[in-house]
Design a protein around this ligand. Structure first.
Ligand SMILES: [Zn+2]
Length: 252
């Protein structure tokens, strides 16, 4: 068993990491779809090009202290920056509080962070880079490895999770093909696989609820784009089927 001190430390660390990763996601969301390096140059104001100091880069607090404006030229900075930082921090804390063990936090945090990035890029109506899909799937895969190696008990079996995600991926691919945009939606399909995986690993009800809520967020743009094809309804059905199949096989 993990001590109360371990859990408290994990929760605080998750919050701090969540804010920092949220800050990094802002860079990813802006630069990755524009084929810019995420390492260079350092953060700068898009209006006046002034390089931002470490003091101007503190998640949420810098935006509040500067009242949402560039320190150098006064150009407004979108509130989306602190919102993404805060949402990531809150969700990471939620994971630390909700999970039965601290061991799988990082894996699920990877899936959550990728979902936030994909959702924001989707809202911008830019093409989601495939690397984000791979990252989501790898994070979900690492969840199972960490869980197995760490002997986190009471989880569903590999077979159920595999079957659930296979069904989920196939159905989503089919739905997107019918919408005529299948090849462009690889990251969303990978996210679906990641969430099918994670939902299968989590308890049925909670996993389904979390997976569904974030899947809808991830599909914010397809929600608009595919309104007539009822893609979101298809996606809800996919996650439900995936989770039920995974649960049914695993509890047999
Ligand atoms: Zn500026």
């Amino acid at each position: 068993m993990e001590s109360a001190a371990t859990r408290l430390l994990a929760t605080v660390a998750s919050g701090v990491f969540g804010l920092l990763i949220g800050s990094f996601l802002n860079v990813v969301v802006y630069r990755l779809p524009r084929a810019m390096s995420i390492a260079r140059p350092p953060s700068h104001c898009p209006a006046c090009d002034a390089q931002l100091s470490a003091l101007d880069n503190i998640p949420v607090l810098s935006w509040l202290a500067l009242r949402g404006r560039c320190r150098h030229c006064g150009t407004p900075i979108s509130p989306r920056y602190p919102v993404i930082e805060l949402v990531t921090g809150v969700l990471f804390v939620g994971l630390a509080l909700a999970l039965p063990s601290v061991k799988p936090i990082a894996s699920l945090a990877g899936v959550v962070a990728t979902t936030i990035a994909v959702a924001a890029i989707d809202v911008d109506n830019l093409r989601v880079p495939p690397v984000l899909g791979w990252f989501a799937a790898a994070s979900a895969a690492s969840l199972l490895a960490v869980s197995t190696a760490g002997h986190v008990p009471g989880r569903l079996g590999w077979a159920g999770i595999g079957a659930g995600t296979a069904v989920a991926a196939w159905l989503l691919h089919w739905a997107l093909d019918r919408a005529g945009d299948g090849s462009r939606r690889f990251p969303d399909i990978a996210l679906c696989v990641a969430w099918g995986w994670a939902a299968g690993w989590l308890t049925l009800g909670g996993g389904l609820a979390i997976g569904f809520a974030l899947a809808v967020l991830a599909l914010a743009s397809p929600l608009r784009r595919f309104a007539q094809t009822r893609c979101v309804i298809a996606f809800a059905a996919i996650l439900s089927v995936a989770t039920i199949v995974a649960g049914a096989i695993a509890t047999r």
